[in-house]
Design a protein. Structure first.
Length: 247
């Protein structure tokens, strides 16, 4: 197996074993676990784990209606497209990140995730457990990218898993208006701001963090942890809240 290609894939975000499995799939065209293991020179049990990871990331797929589980690699152009998307996302965020770089004696902690698992981990394990949270969002976009997530949040709020008193500022689209009734029923505060109708971003202040989530074709989230930033930017959120229409 070409070590140069393995190294190239590793530089593109693959682990060494993921690179070997992906290259084995490309060589086979389509193949089962036994065939993949032979070419990749890896044991069968690890092949299943790696295939699951590649499929989740869109780099491989399982062929339907086969007696033996058969897999194929996604066109390498998909990898290039995702790398270009990440580069574009970072380029768009650079002005914000650069202004934070030299502020104060304590530099902010900045995290970036561009996988569904990474985004949902921040939402579920950080935002939902915050003492206070203020969301400026398009819940229609969230539902499109993460179907069923909003219903899950509301059920958690009903059970008291999510704190009451969270604030939500969203647009006046029909979908958002219907959703506000459900948020209000679980003691969440909601206001409407029509200008958010075309928004593809979610902005959240919670505890000492600011999270910015892109809900476009390739979702990503940037979390900036900084007491100074949270304190400085919160008045902007409050101004937007004051402009919002009460339900």
């Amino acid at each position: 197996m070409d070590e140069g290609l393995i190294k190239l894939l590793e530089e593109s975000g693959f682990t060494g074993k993921e690179a070997r499995v992906y290259l084995a799939l490309l060589e086979l065209g389509q193949g089962n676990v036994t065939e993949i293991a032979k070419i990749a020179d890896l044991k069968r049990p690890i092949i299943y784990v790696i295939l699951e990871s590649l499929i989740k990331r869109g780099y491989a797929s399982e062929l339907p209606a086969r007696k033996i589980n058969t897999f194929q690699a996604t066109d390498p152009a998909v990898i290039l497209g995702q790398l270009r998307g990440i580069t574009k996302n970072f380029s768009e965020m650079l002005p914000i990140l650069r202004t934070l770089g030299n502020k104060g004696s304590k530099k902010p902690k900045i995290r970036y995730y561009d996988t569904a698992e990474g985004i949902l981990n921040i939402w579920d394990n950080e935002m939902n457990n915050a003492k206070e949270a203020f969301f400026i969002s398009s819940y229609k976009r969230i539902e499109e990218k993460f179907p069923g997530k909003i219903v899950e949040w509301i059920k958690k709020a009903e059970k008291g898993v999510i704190n009451s008193g969270f604030r939500h500022l969203t647009s006046d689209s029909q979908y958002e208006m219907e959703l506000t009734k459900k948020f209000l029923s679980v003691n969440q505060s909601v206001r409407i701001l029509p200008e958010l109708k075309d928004s593809h971003m979610d902005f959240t202040i919670y505890d000492n963090k600011l999270a910015i989530t892109s809900l476009e074709e390739n979702p990503f989230i940037v979390v900036i942890e900084s007491e100074e930033l949270a304190r400085s930017i919160k008045p902007l959120f409050e101004l937007a809240w004051e402009r919002g229409k009460e339900i």
